[in-house]
Design a protein around this ligand. Structure first.
Ligand SMILES: Nc1ncnc2c1ncn2[C@@H]1O[C@H](COP(=O)(O)OP(=O)(O)O)[C@@H](O)[C@H]1O
Ligand SMILES: [Mg+2]
Length: 368
């Protein structure tokens, strides 16, 4: 539905030189899906969103919506932002303080050249206020809404023109943690119910994993990995992705031999020799980096390892932190320490021996 091809946007650096904020970005957002650009502050997310909205003029590439070109460097096409019919909510969403909830939501209709009748405006506003569960607040002054309600009102105002594409730039970042989680569910529900094609921008990995059909992880103006939330989390391809999304134990390893079965390889790691799974053949003596999620480092008390399969290493409990729903153990294994996130039922004291159990399939080989 939204197709972005080779988009590059530059800014002048103040000394007459151009700085590339987004470099050769390509992706597709299918109809009715939520696509997220995820990355650290300054990686070019807002630049991309503004380029798609037509608020920045890229230097290269193409943007089309429903097969209609709205920007093309090659063909010299640039459709003005107000003619693209996109809905937008930015981080600092502006609610009009002197207007009621109803008037805030009605504003885009009133200034529209389409000339909506009083009855049409009433109908459309009622529909969007209902969608964001603000229908009983229509007469209230907008400033007398809670943060979450103001956020929903900003969304209603973006939706009232029935945009074909919704662009959201960190729309939840001004809310406190509890409300942010709640709004995640609301957004997801709205997006699904109204079948909204949405491009979402955030630096918050939890938010991206919770909301998205597809995620493009960005770093330094480029997309470094694109996939489903599960792909991105379970099979990060680069050290940057493995580190930025969730946490990982990294180890520098050397391939030692073929493993116990096809597709498996024994590698020497600072924790000892472990088996890993690789679809590609590995060369003995090759160096590689592996990343293992803390929740995939299982801990077993010595004597209870019967029936455990996969890698089994001897370690010792260094420190542990109780987090309520889980406990983080730091375990010394060989020449390294591994972080293990385990169920609170494990009560091994600090200093005691512990067995570390890792499924070879859960060891990610990092390529870059
Ligand atoms: N108007 C501007 N003029 C010059 N540089 C800019 C401008 N806007 C953003 N930048 C630079 O472009 C890069 C990407 O910024 P931005 O797209 O805002 O990142 P993000 O939204 O991911 O935090 C940053 O290095 C930023 O300093
Ligand atoms: Mg930004």
């Amino acid at each position: 539905m939204l197709n972005v091809q080779g988009l590059t946007t530059e800014y002048a650096d103040g000394k007459g030189k151009a700085v590339r904020a987004a470099k050769d970005i390509s992706f597709d957002v299918p109809q009715g899906k939520l696509f997220t650009l995820l990355g650290p502050s300054g990686c070019g997310k807002t630049t991309m969103l503004r380029s798609i909205a037509g608020l920045e003029r890229p230097v290269k590439g193409n943007i089309s919506v429903e097969d209609v070109t709205v920007y093309s460097a090659g063909k010299g096409v640039f459709v003005a932002p107000n003619r693209r019919n996109f809905g937008m909510v930015f981080q600092s969403y502006a609610i009009w303080p002197h207007m009621s909830v109803f008037e805030n939501a009605a504003f885009p209709l009133r200034v529209s050249k389409a000339g909506f009748s009083k009855k049409q405006i009433e109908e459309k506003v009622e529909r969007v206020l209902k969608a964001v569960a603000l229908e009983s607040y229509a007469g209230r002054e907008a400033t007398r809404l809670s943060g979450g309600q103001q956020q929903r009102l900003a969304l209603a105002r973006a939706l009232v023109m029935e945009p074909r594409l919704l662009l959201l730039d960190e729309p939840l970042s001004n809310l406190d943690a509890k409300l942010r989680e709640q709004m995640r569910f609301e957004l997801k529900r709205l997006q699904r119910e109204l079948n909204l094609t949405t491009l979402y921008v955030t630096h918050d990995q939890q938010e991206a994993l919770a909301l998205s059909h597809q995620i493009a992880v960005m770093n330094d103006g480029q997309i470094v990995q694109l996939g489903s939330p599960r792909d991105i989390y379970e099979a990060p391809q680069t050290r940057f992705v493995a580190d930025f999304i969730g946490s990982s134990n990294f180890m520098e390893c050397k391939v030692a031999a073929r493993g116990s079965e096809a597709g498996r390889w024994a590698v020497e790691s600072p924790a000892g020799t472990i088996e890993v799974v690789s679809e590609e053949a590995l060369d003995v003596r090759d160096k590689l980096t592996v990343a293992i999620r803390p929740e995939n480092v299982h801990l077993i008390e010595p004597g209870k390892e019967n029936g455990a399969s996969g890698n089994l290493l001897e370690g010792r409990v260094d420190t542990k932190v109780f987090l309520g729903e889980c406990v983080d153990y730091m375990v010394s294994v060989g020449e390294t320490r591994l972080l293990a996130r385990v169920h609170p039922s494990l009560r091994t004291p600090i200093g005691n021996p512990i067995l570390v159990n890792i499924d070879p399939a859960k060891v990610n080989i990092i390529t870059r």
